[in-house]
Design a binder for this molecule. Structure first.
Ligand code: M6R
Length: 613
């Protein structure tokens, strides 16, 4: 939530900052702004709305400085407007700050600073930060070469909550100071240029050599140097990491929208995620995850904890773990799990799934689990993300950057890698499921090509999108794993088309929801489980009898004579079916959103990573 970009080097800062903001707009798009220093004076430009508005301000072209910080906002404190947009300045206009996160004690700090003579113009929590820095700078030692960095350090010690900040000052215009706690921040280096960002895609076209800040780290950045400090302002050493993502992977690459591109990237994302975890000889490789047979034998329960689509991936793999590993699995929403005192201890294995690795609730759930003595595994798509720094073990999906707010390729990659992990656990436990495991491995290796085949069928989906885009409600029904895919399909549709949708277990309809079915209501059914075929067909007939129009996604033998709109997907192992059945429904959500002429990649009120509670 909110994106930060910063630059110091030899080039004009503004174009680099704007370009970085455009790449980060998926993090928040209520307002945007930047600060730079011209002739020892801070110039701050900001505008409500998209980055384009900022980019089109004519003053931008008059700015030549090679230092600057910028921000794209997802409003928390204070409505989206120019005054509340970042950067914020202290009332003496000597420090400018961009901030991601929430300062929980800002009212207290505001009262303290007001008492000390400081004034405020915005409704934000952030505005206390530059004023606090000014306060500590004024009280610092004159002549101290680190007076600015120390003032930032001192100010951060007063902040309660979460923050990633970048600060510039007209008094020391040759440096940017950054600090983080519970909100991501990276520094990219290339010769005598340094780039700051909250997310990798913002700087990928400039460098793939990055330092990832840990909680409590502060850095002083000049064009030639980066010095890192701990909370006590002792210098610390850090090692740069090389990001293997290709710069092009953060571009639309000819597609109209990132979401469509990411839907079509799924065969590659799944193939890359399988990568070396499963070789052509069928050997599963999780040597980096030190989980022994003795440990697994002592496990009484596995909790999979995540939010949104990642939680749906957890629901999809619950039956796989239970079938292959014979350990009960609970799937929980991270924001609930962290506050409901779950019965967990060292006999509970916690698997947290987070594409971004920055979701505040999921990270908090993982930390709480560790405090109870549980072993933790993070599944993430972003190298070095916060969750990977907290977990005992990390398993990466290799889906490449996911930019669209609506998650697609992360979901199918997460199911793939978690299925491989379940197979690995079964092998570690020597459960003698050879044939079933081999069967699943073969099916996993075939997933990329089956997903490609599924992606070929778009005409029918586009036509159905045209039929339903004006609807107020859409229902998704299925049984077993088909129901879990329905939940994900329903989330996809509602978040990018703003059509109300719900998912129900087909068998549950008669217990209440069927009351909502009347003439012309749309019901989408997924049917991939042969054992439940006739029961699922009956449930769909019940809604047709009541006037519903239906769309069915299936790989079973169902005739067009019974149901008019059938989307056929390849046959697949029933446990893996969500990887295929979700594809047409991701496309359906996409085309409905396009029919409504909405911004598919940046749906209202949402942001890509939810770094606040
Ligand atoms: O980055 P994460 O996987 O932790 O994100 C979790 C959810 O916020 C995310 O999946 C969200 O539900 C998406 N907008 C769904 O498309």
């Amino acid at each position: 939530m909110c994106g930060i970009v910063g630059y110091i080097g030899s080039e004009k800062a503004c174009p680099i900052l704007i370009d970085g903001l455009l790449k980060l707009e998926y993090r928040g798009y209520d307002s945007a702004g930047l600060s730079t220093i011209e002739n020892n004076k801070i110039i701050c430009l900001k505008d409500k709305g998209r980055v384009k508005g900022l980019q089109n301000m004519k003053e931008i072209n008059t700015l030549n400085s090679s230092i600057g910080i910028a921000h794209t906002r997802w409003a928390t404190h204070g409505k989206p407007c120019s005054v509340n947009a970042h950067p914020h300045l202290d009332c003496h206009k000597t420090f400018s700050v961009v901030h991601n996160g929430i300062i929980e004690n800002y009212n207290e700090l505001k009262a303290f600073l007001t008492n000390a003579g400081y004034t405020f113009v915005s409704e934000t929590d952030t505005e206390v930060i530059p004023n606090l820095i000014h306060y500590y700078y004024t009280n610092g030692d004159e002549g101290d070469k680190d007076r600015f960095a120390k003032a930032v350090r001192r100010a951060t010690l007063d902040l309660k909550g979460s923050y990633a900040i970048a600060v510039i000052s007209s008094i020391e215009p040759d440096k940017i100071i950054v600090a983080r706690k519970d909100s991501p921040l990276i520094i990219g280096t290339k010769d005598n240029e340094k780039f700051i960002a909250s997310d990798i895609p913002a700087i990928l076209e400039h460098t793939n050599n990055v330092y990832i800040l840990n909680d409590g780290d502060l850095a002083k950045i000049t064009n030639n140097n980066v010095t890192f400090y701990d909370e006590k302002f002792n210098t610390i050493n850090k090692k740069a990491e090389i990001i293997t993502w290709d710069a092009k992977s953060a571009d639309k690459n000819g597609y109209d929208d990132f979401m469509l591109k990411e839907i079509y990237e799924q065969p590659t994302a799944i193939r890359e995620t399988i990568g070396t975890r499963l070789d052509q000889n069928g050997k599963c490789n999780f040597d980096d995850i030190n989980i022994s047979k003795e440990y697994l034998l002592g496990i009484s329960r596995i909790y999979i904890v995540a939010c949104g689509t990642a939680m749906h991936a957890g629901l999809a793999v619950k039956p796989i773990f239970e079938r292959l590993v014979s350990i009960p699995v609970e799937v929980d929403i991270a924001s609930e799990f962290r506050y409901r005192n779950p019965l967990i201890d060292k006999s509970t294995l916690i698997i947290c799934i987070s594409q971004s690795g920055e979701t505040a609730d999921t990270i908090a759930a993982l930390k709480a689990s560790k405090a109870h003595g549980c072993k933790t595994i993070a599944i993430s798509n972003v190298i070095g993300s916060s969750i990977t720094r907290e977990a005992d073990f990390t398993i990466y999906t290799h889906a490449g950057p996911e930019i669209a707010v609506a998650s697609t390729k992360a979901y199918t990659s997460q199911i793939t890698v978690l299925t491989l992990l379940a197979i690995h656990f079964s092998e570690v436990l020597e459960l003698e499921q050879g044939e079933m495991l081999q069967n699943l491995k073969d099916e996993i290796l075939e997933l990329p090509s089956k997903v490609s085949i599924t992606l070929e069928n778009t005409e029918q989906i586009k036509n159905f999108a045209k039929k339903i885009y004006k609807e107020k409600d859409v229902f998704f029904i299925g049984r077993g794993t088909d129901y879990t895919a329905c939940m994900e399909a329903s989330l996809k549709l509602k978040e990018i088309s703003y059509i109300h949708s719900d998912a129900y277990q087909s068998g549950e309809l008669k217990h209440g929801p069927i009351a909502l079915i009347e003439d012309n209501v749309t019901v989408v059914g997924i049917i991939t489980d042969r054992r439940l075929l006739y029961k699922s067909i009956s449930n769909l007939q019940e809604v047709i009898t009541r006037g519903a129009k239906t769309l069915i996604v299936t790989n079973q033998d169902i005739s067009e004579k019974t149901f008019p709109n059938i989307i056929r997907i390849p046959k697949v192992h029933p446990l893996l079916s969500p990887v295929l059945s979700i594809i047409p429904l991701q496309l359906l959500a996409y085309y409905v959103s396009k029919e409504k002429d909405l911004d598919v990649d940046k749906p209202r009120n949402l942001a890509k990573s939810v770094t606040v509670e």
